[in-house]
Design a protein around this ligand. Structure first.
Ligand code: NAD
Ligand code: MG
Length: 392
């Protein structure tokens, strides 16, 4: 039995993970879960999977423990940020699914890394923020880091099994082709983008996801965060990554080799595939995903991203190149701007403006100290809040 902790069990990735586990219940046990909002859903999860631990916010802990008892669950509640770190590092847990959204996932994910767990990484923001620090900790603590972001999982599947042991040049790898759907506003002009609403932005054409990543997909910041994520996961530079818009989301990314071969991973757009792949790796388990019908999916098309209408991709690339704390500042500003857009406080096109102002007004420092990084995250947060106040 492999014992699993799911950080962010009530979210979209959490939901897909629980579905795959339920289909393979003879091999996997849900040992611990966390939830932040929608705790009635977390209660249902506890009733169904009977985990040993559940982490909830401090102010909900007593009430939630009572509800568990009333429902006949023996699940023990752990509270707040500390509770999340307990889930991620408790010795009984073999594998941690990092599926909290945003910077809130950094400390619990790092706790799993420092406990040397097998980590299924969905929470790209954690890696974007802390880059070198995160990857160094993976090495030091011999954690096993497996990407479940669909693009990175696809690249992982198209690389040689021991890719991390030698340089890409030695392995004849020329570049990574990171695919993007283009989001709901692909082909829209800058002018048309001025008036888009949160409801339009979260209606992704191919994937059903949480609100924040849906807006990130619409601005192309998701691809920017993924570019940075790929640089750290695969130890490459942005010039070795080409972003290709592929609106059908059937190819999930590719690796291009020196001899002209391009290896791709294909499948229906369903996160249960990369989750099942990483849960069982190097084995394969059923994921409940329909087999790909190539005849029905018809044409697969490709185009260049429109970086003028969607400046977030370029901002992310520049932040990675600036290095140090820049990606953490980018991430913090983006989180604040996306939340403000979802609450109708700023326009869609003001999201990149807020991010670029935060970066322009900040000095970039080395990012080798976690405390300092967290304080910079908070500072950028506050700066983004005040920029938004001045805008309106
Ligand atoms: P979601 O909004 O559906 O779920 C987020 C989860 O995080 C929920 O369980 C929520 O309770 C928890 N959470 C939110 N704020 C928290 C806080 N402050 N403290 C503790 N927990 C908190 O998001 P999602 O779509 O499942 O995405 C989760 C992560 O996976 C994101 O980083 C996203 O970029 C990444 N990801 C998602 C998808 C997808 O298809 N949904 C694909 C690739 C990567
Ligand atoms: Mg992705």
């Amino acid at each position: 039995m492999i014992r699993i902790a799911i950080l962010g069990a009530t979210g979209s990735i959490g939901h897909s993970t629980l579905d795959v586990i339920a289909r393979n219940a003879e091999q996997y046990e849900v040992f611990a879960v966390s939830g932040y909002q929608r705790l009635t859903e977390l209660l249902e999860i506890c009733k169904k999977f009977q985990p040993k631990l559940a982490a909830v916010p401090e102010k909900e802990a007593i009430k939630f423990q009572k509800q568990l008892l009333a429902a006949g669950c023996k699940t023990q509640v752990v509270a707040g940020k500390e509770g999340l770190q307990i889930l991620a590092s408790t010795p009984e847990v073999d594998l941690v699914v990092a599926a909290i959204v945003g910077a809130a996932g950094l400390l619990p994910t790092l706790a799993a890394v420092k406990a040397g767990k097998r980590i299924l990484l969905a929470n790209k923001e954690a890696l974007v923020m802390s880059g070198a620090l995160f990857m160094d900790a993976v090495k030091t603590h011999q954690a096993v880091l497996l990407p479940i972001d669909s693009e990175h999982n696809a690249i992982f599947q198209c690389l040689p099994a021991d890719f991390a042991k030698r340089s890409f040049a030695e392995q004849g790898i020329e570049k990574l082709l990171l695919t993007a759907s283009g989001g709901p506003f692909r082909g829209w002009s800058k002018e048309a983008l001025q008036a888009v609403t949160p409801a339009q932005a979260v209606a992704h054409p191919n994937w059903s996801m949480g609100q924040k990543i849906s807006v990130d997909s619409a601005t192309l910041m998701n691809k920017g965060l993924e570019l940075i994520e790929a640089c750290w996961l695969f130890n490459v530079q942005p010039q070795q990554i080409e972003v290709v818009v592929h609106p059908q989301s059937i190819i999930h990314s590719m690796v291009s080799y020196r001899d002209g071969s391009v290896l791709a991973q294909l499948g229906n757009p369903d996160m249960r595939t990369p989750i099942a792949h990483a849960l069982a790796w190097p084995k394969r388990i059923p994921a409940g995903v329909n087999p790909l019908n190539l005849i029905a999916s018809a044409a697969l098309t490709f185009e260049q991203p429109d970086e003028a209408a969607f400046p977030c991709l370029k901002l992310a690339r520049q932040a990675f190149e600036a290095g140090g704390t820049a990606p953490a500042l980018l991430n913090a500003a983006n989180e604040v701007a996306v939340a403000a857009f979802l609450e109708d406080r700023i326009r869609f096109t003001e999201i990149p403006q807020v991010i670029s102002q935060v970066l322009d007004l900040s000095s970039i420092h080395a990012a080798n100290d976690l405390e300092f990084l967290l304080s910079e995250d908070q500072r950028a947060n506050q700066l983004a809040v005040s920029i938004i106040q001045k805008l309106h």
